[in-house]
Design a protein around this ligand. Sequence first.
Ligand SMILES: Nc1ncnc2c1ncn2[C@@H]1O[C@H](COP(=O)(O)OP(=O)(O)OP(=O)(O)O)[C@@H](O)[C@H]1O
Ligand SMILES: [Mg+2]
Length: 280
Amino acid sequence: MNSDTYNSGPVLAISKMSIVLGGNEILHDVNFELHSGEFSGLIGPNGSGKTTLLRTILGFHRPAEGSIHFEGKSGFANRRSIGYVPQKILLDPDVPVRARDLVELGLDGHRLGIRLPSKERRRQVDDMLHAVNAEAFADQRIGQLSGGQQQRILIAHALIRRPRLLLLDEPLANLDIRSVAEVVNLLNQLAHQQRIAILLSAHDINPLMGAMDRLVYVANGHAASGPVNEVIDDKVLSTLYGYHVDVIRVHGRILITTGPGDEYFEPGRDCVTPETSSLP
Ligand SMILES: Nc1ncnc2c1ncn2[C@@H]1O[C@H](COP(=O)(O)OP(=O)(O)OP(=O)(O)O)[C@@H](O)[C@H]1O
Ligand SMILES: [Mg+2]
C-alpha cells in the first residue's frame, strides 16, 4: 500500500505517546487522529510542546512511549512524504531566489536523481502558484515579499509534492489580521478540496475558530483533542491546565481565563491558585 492507495482510516494516528527531551518529559500520553480533508488546529501556550509534537510526527524525535501511525504504518521512512512549514524561516531580501523558484525546489526534496521534464515542472509550479493565489508575485524575490505572501509561497513549496498530511508551525505569527484570515481560508479550502489532512499550530485559537474541524490543545504536558466545542470547555481545559480556567465567549471571540481565588483540585496534583491572566 502506498500513499496514493491508502484511503481508509486516519491519515495520522497517535496513541499513548510521551515525548522526553533532555531528560524532561515534554508531553505525556498524547492521543489523537487526523483525517483526510480535515483542517485541525494545534493550540497551546508558548513552550507547551507544539513544535516538539510536530517534529516528533516528522521523525526528528523518537517518542519515549506510544505509537505514531502515518497512513496505517509505523516507522519513519514513509513520513518523509509529510509536508512541513517550519516555525522559523528567515528569508533574506537579497537572496536572488524568486518565489516560483522556491516552490519548484519543493519538487526536488526527496527525488534525488529523478527530475521531471522542465515543461512538466513548469506546469506543476504554475498550478501550485494558482492554488495558493500567488501568481501576481511569483517572479519577485522571496525575501522581498510581505509576510502573508511569503507564507503562501512556503505553503506552495510544502504542497507541491502533494502530501496527504501538511504540518504548519505557527504560520500565522507576524501576519496582520487580513493576511491571517486569507491564509486560514486558503488552508481550509486546500484541506477540503484536495483531501489533505492539515495540522496548524498557533497560540491564539480565535483566527481558527470558524475554520477548524478538529482541535488538539496542548498545555501542562498533556493534550486534549476532539471537535472544537468539546475541547473548548471549562471542564476539559481545567483538567488539562491542572487548575480552574473559564472559557468566556465575548463578541464572537474566545477568552480562556483564570483569576485569583480560583482553585482547582485534581487527584494526585497540588492545588494551584494562579494569577489573573488570559491564556492562549
Ligand atoms: N531539543 C530539546 N531538548 C530539550 N528540551 C527541549 C528541546 N526542544 C524543546 N525543548 C523544550 O520543550 C518544551 C516545548 O518546546 P516547544 O518548542 O515544543 O514549544 P512550543 O509550544 O512550540 O512553543 P512556542 O509557542 O514558543 O513555539 C520547552 O520547554 C523547550 O524548552
Ligand atoms: Mg513552537
